[in-house]
Ligand binder design. Sequence first.
Ligand SMILES: [Zn+2]
Length: 206
Amino acid sequence: MDIGAWLSSLGFGLPAGASAARAVLEAQGLTRPGKQRLSTEKLHRAQSALLEALCLHCPSPECEAFAKASGKPPVRSSLKTTCRRCGGSDNRRAETEFLEACQRAGARKVVIVGGSPAVREELERGLGGKLELRMIDGTERRTADRARADLEWADLVLLWGGTELHHKVSMQYSSAPPELKWKVVHETKRGVAGLLAAGVEHFRRR
Ligand SMILES: [Zn+2]
């Protein structure tokens, strides 16, 4: 296996990343300076050694900061998908930023009103283990009492306009009295990343 091509396939394709990776492999006796090829039986061990020794990150400033704080030398990846923090996915990055913002704000209970069933499932997968989530179907009637209970329970209510959200449902939340209304963020961007960014912005302003 050609070492350079193999390193590129892992994200060590930029000159600085390639030389940092080679230095790790040489230090562990997996290759020698000037060698061009690596035997396939060493690949698995070599990959573990690299992931253990270095922290790959994409160009996003948050991911770079994450890598710098990792305790391992940060390496700018040539492949966004190998970023240790976000895996190159806007949604995953948005989820991580949202979780970090919730943690800083001491928020654990989040109500999300609206969105399609598939997207609600995706959010459940991404956030469910780390936050208490209440997903409200925006197409089903919600009584004033239940909406009030959601508002009292929640640290944050994300009203996801521009999605499957009926006016009658969203009104139950947007017309909350001031002592509860401050928890409500009304976002009309369609994407998951936009919704979660609005939540991050809410905590930043608080
Ligand atoms: Zn990243």
